[in-house]
Design a protein around this ligand. Structure first.
Ligand SMILES: [Zn+2]
Length: 121
C-alpha cells in the first residue's frame, strides 16, 4: 500500500471524511492523503493523525482489521451453517404491527429504564 498526496478535487470534497485506516472522522482540506493498494485499489482518505503516526501505526491498524475481519468471517460462516430455523411471514408481521399499534415507550431512555427494572426483557 502506498499513501499518496494529491490536491483535493473540489470544495464539495472538503467535508467530513472517514479515515480508511482508523475510521476516525476528520475535516478534509485542500490536500488529500489517499491509500492505494499495490494492485491499484483506492482504499480512501487517510486522516492526519494516521499520517502523523506513520507507517507502523497504519500497518498495526491493518493487521488488527485483518484479524477482526477474519473473526467476523468465521462467525458469519457459523451463523450461515446454523440456517434460519424460524421466521414469521409478512402477514404475521403486519398483524403484529396492527396488534401493537406503536412502540412500548416514547424514548430509548424509558425503554432502558424498564429493562433495568426487569419490566421488559
Ligand atoms: Zn486515521
Amino acid at each position: 500500500m502506498r499513501i499518496t498526496l494529491q490536491q483535493t478535487g473540489s470544495k464539495d470534497d472538503m467535508e467530513q471524511q472517514s479515515c480508511c485506516i482508523c475510521a476516525s472522522h476528520f475535516q478534509l482540506g485542500p490536500a488529500s492523503c489517499l491509500a492505494i493498494t499495490e494492485t491499484g485499489i483506492l482504499m480512501g482518505e487517510v486522516c492526519p493523525a494516521c499520517v502523523e503516526a506513520g507507517a507502523r501505526h497504519i500497518e498495526g491498524w491493518m493487521e488488527r482489521r485483518a484479524r477482526w475481519t477474519a473473526f467476523g468471517a468465521r462467525q458469519d460462516a457459523q451463523i450461515a451453517d446454523e440456517g434460519v430455523t424460524d421466521c414469521p411471514t409478512v402477514d404475521e408481521l403486519l398483524a403484529a404491527e396492527s396488534f401493537y399499534g406503536g412502540p412500548m415507550f416514547e424514548t430509548h431512555e424509558e425503554f432502558d429504564d424498564a429493562v433495568r427494572r426487569g419490566e421488559v426483557s
